[in-house]
Every structure is written in C-alpha cells, then in structure tokens.
Design a protein around this ligand. Sequence first.
Ligand SMILES: [Zn+2]
Length: 384
Amino acid sequence: MGGAVRGPLARELDALPLVDHHCHGVVTADLDREGFESLLTEGDPWPGVSPFDSPVGVAVRRHCAPLLDLPRHAPAEEYLARRAELGGPEVNRRFLTAAGAEVFCVDTGYAADRLTTPEELAGTAGGKAYEVVRLEGVAEAVAAAGVEPDAYAEAFLAAAHRAVGRPGVVAVKSVAAYRTGFDLDPARPSDAEVTEAARHWLARGGRLDDPVLMRHLLWTAVGLGLPLQLHTGFGDSDIRMHRVDPTHLTDWLHLTAGTVPVLLLHCWPYQRQAAYLAAVFEQVYLDVGLTLHHVGPARAAAVLAEALEITPFRKLLYSSDAYGIAEFHHLGALAFRQGLAGLLQERVDADELGLPDALRIARWAGRDNALRVYRLPNLLAENG
Ligand SMILES: [Zn+2]
C-alpha cells in the first residue's frame, strides 16, 4: 500500500468526479504565516512549534507544493512565500480544480462570513454546490431573536423548516459531539422538559449545550426528513473524545430506525465503531473525511482499510471536510483516491475481490453512494 499505484483502480479513481458530501468554504483573503498555520491544525498553534511539523504539514509540502510550481517537500517558508506571491484566488483555483469534485455539499454553519459561499466554492472548482444546514446555528438564532421558553420548541421547528426549505439544501448537521457528546438519554424529551430546559438556556444565553435541548434538536432533525450529518470523533480541543464514540448512539439509532439517513462524519479514531453501526443499522453511513488529510496519503489506505473491514460497500462516502484552506480539498481527494485505489488493488491482486466489483466499490464510495443518499439521481451514472 502507499506510493503511486498505477493499476486500473488508480485510473478509475483518478478520473472519478467525486461527490464531496461534507465540506466547508475556503478563506478568500490572502493568509499570512500565522493565519495559514492556524488553519493547518485542529489544535491551537503552540509557541516555537510549527504546525507544518506534523503529518498534515509534511503532506501539504509533499503533495501541494508541486501545484504551486515548487518541488516536492519544499520548505514551509518557500511554500508560504509562493502562496503569497500567487495570491488567494489563484491558489484556491489551483487546488479546487485539482480536487476533481463535481458536487460539494457545503456546511455553512461555522464562521461562514470569512469563507467562500457554496456557489463561489463550486464555481471555482467547476462543480455544483448544495448546502448543509447546521441545526445548532438555527436554534441559537431563534434564541437570539427572543422567544418565550414555552414557545421555543415550535419556533425552532418553524425556523428549521424555513432553513431546509431554501433552494439547494440537501441535509442538516449537528455538532452535538462538540456540545454534549453522544452519551445522552436516547428518548425524545417531553414538551415540559424542553420548556424547562429552554427556560434555563434562554436566561443563561451562550451556545446551545443543554443535553435536553440537544436531544430535542436531534429528534427535531429526524422529523425534518433530510439526511442528518453528525460530527463524530476527531475535532478541535472542544471535543471530549471519550463522549463522541458513535456507539453511544446505539439506543437512539434503534429508536429512530426507519426515519432519516444518519451520516457519521470523520469518525477517527472510531472508524471501526462507525463501521459496526453502518453494518447493523440500515440508516447509518460513514466517511473518514478530515481524517484523510490529517493522516495524509501515507496513512489514508490504513484508515480506509479499517473503515472498510465490515462496512457494507453502499455505506462508505467520500468527504474532504476541508475548511479554510483549499489545500485540504486537494489533499482529501488525493488521499481518498490513492488510499482506496491502493487497498482495492491489493485485494484484487490477492484474488479476494474481482476487478469489476472493485471498480464498482470505488465508484460507489467516491460518488454514487452520496448521490443516492442525498437524492441527486440526475447525476447518477447509468451503472450506479
Ligand atoms: Zn465539517
């Protein structure tokens, strides 16, 4: 595994127009060293330690430098100087074009004011944009606008319906992982419980992190009828990693069976737990976005291999979860294509998998599974 695999699977995946089912916009302004490095890491930059000296940092220097006309492994200083010389729009154009995605489902819920809009992002890449609505943002806007505690549930539902009714919205997302974790009571809270919790939250203010209101949000999401994306596992230091193992959702998944698709995003280091859920619950899907560029092409095949140990082949999706810097759109796509091609080719070479099956799995994961879940059948290939 690893290295340049040039078999039929590499050719298939290199040419496949990907559906990036969860990503964010990129910064439009030029970035100085501090700005770039702060986007390179999920942590906070530490004094005297460059985020370039990390797996994702060396992956950027290895795989992104050539797109800026630099040699592979160019030093960070040269990389940043060349990036500044070309300017943000040209850098974004090069990486977004190289990513080769045809569809971008863009989460607009986090610091979107400094990022490209979904249309700008997809326009630069020559692709098509859809939007993912972050429900915590909807709830917080309802609170900010002012609402009585006993009217909160109805106001949130109405606002959520308005948000998903906008053209191009294909999914909703929750960051419950960041706010409460998943070790919640799985039952739908009663009206009285929601009113009481809303009373405390509305008086206190701040972001939505009340466990009763988070349960209410997740159950409201189920009622909206759209696929629900859940941040899972890896993220910044707001995460309490032991509380975001997706198997905490098991009872909730039993209770919500037969409703909406649930897409577990990122998953690392719980890709095996997520794979288990995808194997036993019809409605569960997963990706290893974000993980792919942070581990880099060097380890993407290993992470994908764990995710695919038991995941049914119609349940794995591609996402970059790129945020802020266009490098991550390119790096995510590259790591996915190379990693999946490497591990599928290995199975074909070992005669564990027939080549036509392997090619089909590659197309499903990179594209067709997402088109099916998000009901974008007009983009489906004939053999999808
Ligand atoms: Zn994201």
